[in-house]
Design a protein around this ligand. Structure first.
Ligand code: PLP
Length: 387
């Protein structure tokens, strides 16, 4: 069989509703399919290829490490792993990093750290994690339990116990739920990504952080999608002016290779000891070499550029024909369109622009270094598809 789409359909588990496009190559914010058709990539592999496809600096870093050693296990030290942890800590004020391979795993690690902290500090009954309605934290059984959207839960009962879901924005309600359940932690996404690219209210997040600090309930911020420059800050919580106790991240961190991280703050830095948690691939030197090339370039100047491009997207789309509203932060943008989002995304695909959806919105997660002319071209196409 030579038709890749047919082979894929026959042999790959049917968990994804793929678009009828086979991507064979790319450069920066453009990719090409098997027929040679060019697309502007406004999804960056769901927020992963932070500096675009086949980025030269990232490739150099990754291939240089491949020439040295591709994997060692966590029984030994490697420089890229130590250097990424050093950068993550010195640039955030967090104290230690646990490395894994994906967003769901990062959340698993964050939840384990929170439960152990609370059990040791307050007692075994303090295991509940409060998360928010409409949140998304991943697909493993525990990350699904954390996810505050019932429809993801239905077919996979019983999920990990000890999760309750508060209404986003309702501070009194969230606090009451945390108190009622003697919560170990509250876990939030500052911008609910899969939930429709909806930023949380700043006062709400600050109020929550104050409550958590006062009651020694841990604040976990899921920065899987918002993190690593996507929000226009290194991590979105920085825009909110709060200090989390635990941060989970993945997606853009490795720039296209699987890398997740749990950042542990002042209180939680020593909670995971030898044997408490682990991952064969976590902190893989090739993935970490890629991550270093990403983090090195997420400078203040570069992040200011991300914010400028964000303003360009907001100002171009807000109030345009067929656009009802625009939400998001940085280059993580949700567009509520008059036409169904799926129809708009399909029309964009036909016209050579790859976009995503999140709930009822078109979601844009372009590479952080997308050139302005290509960004404008993609927005013109999107607007034409919205009419
Ligand atoms: N957390 C958030 C906020 C996400 O957006 C996602 C994925 O979209 C995840 C967790 C899960 O990440 P992964 O698919 O890498 O497990």
């Amino acid at each position: 069989m030579s038709d890749i789409k047919a082979i894929d359909k026959q042999y790959v588990a049917g968990t994804y509703a793929r678009f009828p496009v086979q991507i064979v190559s790319g450069k920066g914010s453009q990719v090409w399919d098997e027929t040679g058709k060019r697309y502007i990539d406004m999804g960056s592999g769901i927020g992963v290829t932070a500096f675009g496809v086949a980025d030269e600096e990232w490739k150099r870093a990754v291939t240089a490490q491949l020439d040295l050693v591709q994997h060692t296990s966590n029984l030994y030290y490697t420089e890229p792993c130590a250097r990424v942890a050093e950068q993550l800590c010195t640039r955030t004020g967090m104290k230690k990093v646990f490395f894994c391979n994906s967003g769901a795993e990062a959340n698993e690690g964050a939840i384990k750290a929170a439960r152990k902290y609370a059990a040791e500090k307050k007692g075994a009954e303090h295991f509940t994690i409060v998360t928010l309605q409409n949140s998304f934290h991943g697909r493993t059984i525990t990350a699904l339990a954390a996810t505050g959207q019932e429809h993801y839960h239905e077919l996979f009962q019983p999920l990990t116990p000890g999760f309750v879901h508060a209404e986003a924005g309702d501070l009194a309600g969230t606090v009451a739920l945390a108190k009622e359940h003697r919560a170990a932690a509250v876990m939030i996404e500052c911008v609910q990504g899969e939930g429709g690219v909806i930023p949380l209210d700043k006062e709400y997040v600050r109020g929550l952080a104050d409550f958590c600090a006062a009651e020694d309930v841990l604040l976990i911020v899921d920065e899987v999608q918002t993190g690593n420059g996507r929000s226009g800050a290194l991590y979105s919580y920085m825009t909110y002016g709060v200090t989390p106790d635990v941060v989970s991240t993945a997606k853009g961190l490795g720039g296209g290779l699987p890398l997740g991280a749990v950042l542990l703050g002042e209180k939680t830095q020593n909670v995971l000891g030898p044997g408490d948690h682990g991952s064969t691939f976590g902190g893989n030197p090739v993935c970490c070499a890629g991550a270093l090339s990403i983090l090195n370039r997420l400078t203040d100047d570069f992040l200011a550029g991300v914010r400028r491009k964000s303003e360009l997207v907001f100002s171009t789309l807000t109030g345009a024909e067929g656009v009802e509203s625009v939400s998001g932060l940085g280059l993580m943008i949700g567009v509520k369109t008059r036409k169904p989002a799926g129809d708009v995304v399909r029309a964009c695909l036909e016209r050579g622009v790859l976009c995503l959806t999140a709930k009822d919105r078109v979601r844009l997660l372009p590479a952080l270094n997308i050139p302005e002319d290509i960004l404008r071209e993609a927005l013109d196409t999107l607007l034409a598809a919205c009419k």
